[in-house]
Ligand binder design. Structure first.
Ligand code: X2X
Length: 329
């Protein structure tokens, strides 16, 4: 009797396990040493624990699943060809131009201001807009404030950018770099290290903790100016189709794992950003800290692309962000 009962339980457990077991794919577009990767791995770990191994997430770095195209990932998630994505707002702008609002030049001046938007009404508004494209944004993480590096000379003023060949990630930065007098070139992140190494481009801009340090940009770049000109969030998103296939209990587990994983990702990104400049100096980079007047000159020089992209994004959306930012001051 005992034997039969135990056998029945085992069979039932195996059946329910078999019915639920699911392997899911998560794509992101940086290397496997970044906080994007660590946040993604944390998500996989937490979800595995919460579901006793029924939901297992495989993490694919370097945009492998979209043929190296970092912009294509969001579109693939939107139509259900990928389950999860961890990517930055910028990479979604070709599909959802409104996502450029986060990165408008000099919109933010502190982490408090950033958090007031991602944790408040602006963050929720953006989740709603993304849902219209088939992507459920589960939680916001952080790429960070994007800082400029190059191999020619220290950048202290807009004049110093004149004629520099700058690799950029997305369309808004083409306009911003052009306004600053540089020659921008859009390029996949996975191709940028060797382009810098070979001198195809002189410089690039990316966040210190999330990207510049873990992807060893210091090996191929001499000068860095922390000018904080544009903020870039990342998010953990899931395909709406996949989401709708789950019951409420499963959705709650996925949501909880995502919230905790992105909080962790943001924390370690801020920590490595805080120690990042020292690390970069130890690796031989020259850091130029701009004065307030110099920052103002960069801000003035990027006003025109700010206005152009604010119009593209929509004035009400920009207003929603600005009022959350003002209230946090
Ligand atoms: O491509 C970049 O610069 C990166 C890694 O920051 C983004 O994905 C936007």
């Amino acid at each position: 009797m005992t034997f039969i009962l135990a056998g029945a339980i085992t069979v039932a457990a195996a059946l329910s396990g078999a019915a639920q077991a699911e392997t899911l794919r998560l794509s992101h577009n940086t290397g496997d040493t970044t906080s994007w990767q660590l946040g993604s791995e944390k998500f996989a770990e937490l979800l595995d624990a919460a579901t006793n191994g029924d939901m297992s997430v495989r993490v694919f770095p370097n945009a492998q699943l979209s043929g190296g195209d970092q912009m294509k990932q969001a579109e693939m998630v939107g139509r259900g060809a990928l389950d999860f994505v961890v990517t930055s707002a910028i990479n979604v702008t070709p599909m959802v131009p409104e996502m450029a609002v986060f990165s408008l030049p000099y919109l933010y001046s502190s982490y408090d201001e950033v958090d007031a938007t991602t944790n408040g009404a602006p963050g929720d508004k953006m989740k709603g807009i993304m849902a219209e494209h088939g992507i459920i944004v589960l939680a916001w993480g952080e790429n960070g404030f994007r800082e400029v590096t190059n191999n020619v000379h220290p950048i202290k003023s807009p004049e110093d950018l004149k004629g520099l060949k700058m690799r950029v990630a997305g369309p808004m930065y083409i306009d911003v770099m052009s306004a600053l007098g540089a020659n921008p070139q859009q390029m996949q992140w996975t191709e940028t290290f060797s382009a810098l190494q070979q001198g195809v481009v002189d410089g690039q801009e990316n966040p210190i903790g999330a990207v510049i340090v873990p992807q060893r940009v210091y090996e191929v770049q001499k000068y860095i100016t922390p000018w904080h000109y544009s903020y870039d969030p990342i998010f953990l998103g899931v395909s709406q189709k996949k989401w709708d296939s789950w019951d409420a209990d499963t959705q709650a587990k996925v949501q909880a794992a995502a919230t905790e994983a992105m909080a962790y990702q943001k924390k370690i990104t801020r920590e490595s950003t805080a120690t990042g400049l020292d690390k970069l100096m130890a690796e031989g980079m020259e850091v130029y800290e701009p004065t307030d007047a110099q920052l103002q000159a960069f801000r003035d020089a990027t006003q025109e692309p700010f206005d152009k992209w604010a119009a593209k994004v929509g004035p009400e959306l920009v207003e929603l962000f600005q009022s959350a930012i003002d209230q946090s001051k």
